[in-house]
Ligand binder design. Structure first.
Ligand code: ADE
Length: 249
């Protein structure tokens, strides 16, 4: 049997999921807490990375080296970058780019030195399962969560997501980021602070990776207000709804 790792940055992003684990065991390691158990018969290990690419990379590495994870699924929130992506929507990543990677003029802007490319693909079959589990959640309980915050019916998007060590919280900044990515042919749906680092670790180890991000804010001047409110009221519901469905698929 294979072990699935479930990773989030913030406690709210994984709230309740740990309580659903059977035969749960708590292990402290590398300044993090890991929970091992089973979910609908699937062997899983849950972990919180904290915020940022390095914290995400060390946690992903520990999940692989120490906990024997054979696939990693990330669940959390992101800021919207593309026009059609609204607060409350969910993005399942197809690819990742590190928007703060810039070794120019030695390498093209955004290219990962040593990898010969800027964009890393998520695992297509695992991402498809995650998208299916997410779609079921959006058609079910998520519609009610969105309505409770006055949001429209949440939509599912699949595409490129950008990560970097920066909380994007200004209209001018997010416009510049959007333009810079688009200029390199990397139009991104959303921005967050961990996914591309985990994608790189999984590429290094040959592991399947998939990620779902509910949209907490528009990475604009109100991002610092919208983000905590959304994390508190809505994001905390997703992991408990989506991950058990994923384990059943
Ligand atoms: N995660 C959620 N919202 C974000 C934003 N605006 N910038 C970076 N990461 C985020």
């Amino acid at each position: 049997t294979t072990t699935l790792a479930i990773l989030s940055a913030l406690p709210e992003e994984q709230e309740g999921l740990v309580h659903m684990l059977q035969d749960q065991e708590r292990i402290a390691h590398a300044g993090r807490v890991f929970w091992r158990g089973t979910l609908h018969g699937q062997s899983v290990v849950c972990a919180l990375s904290g915020i940022g690419k390095v914290a995400a990379a060390t946690t992903a590495t520990a999940l692989i080296e120490r906990f024997g994870a054979q696939a990693i699924v990330f669940t959390g929130v992101a800021g919207a970058l593309a026009q059609p992506v609204k607060v409350g929507d969910v993005v399942v990543a197809s690819h990742y780019v590190q928007h703060d990677m810039d070794a120019s003029p030695l390498f093209p802007r955004f290219e990962l030195p040593g990898y010969g490319r800027s964009v890393l693909a998520c695992d297509a079959p695992l991402s498809q399962l995650l998208a299916q589990a997410t779609a079921e959640c959006l058609a079910g309980p998520a519609a009610g969560w969105a309505a409770s915050m006055g949001l429209q019916a949440p939509q599912l998007h699949q595409g490129l997501v950008a990560s970097g060590d920066r909380f994007v919280s200004g209209a001018a900044e997010s416009a510049a980021l959007r333009a810079s990515l688009q200029g390199a042919g990397h139009g991104a749906l959303a921005v967050e602070m961990e996914g591309a680092a985990i994608a790189q670790v999984c590429a290094d180890y040959g592991l399947a990776f998939a990620a779902m991000r509910s949209i907490s804010d528009k990475a604009d001047d109100t991002a610092h207000v919208d983000f905590p409110a959304f994390v508190q009221k809505i994001a905390r519901n997703y992991a408990c709804s989506i991950l058990p469905r994923l384990c059943e698929l």
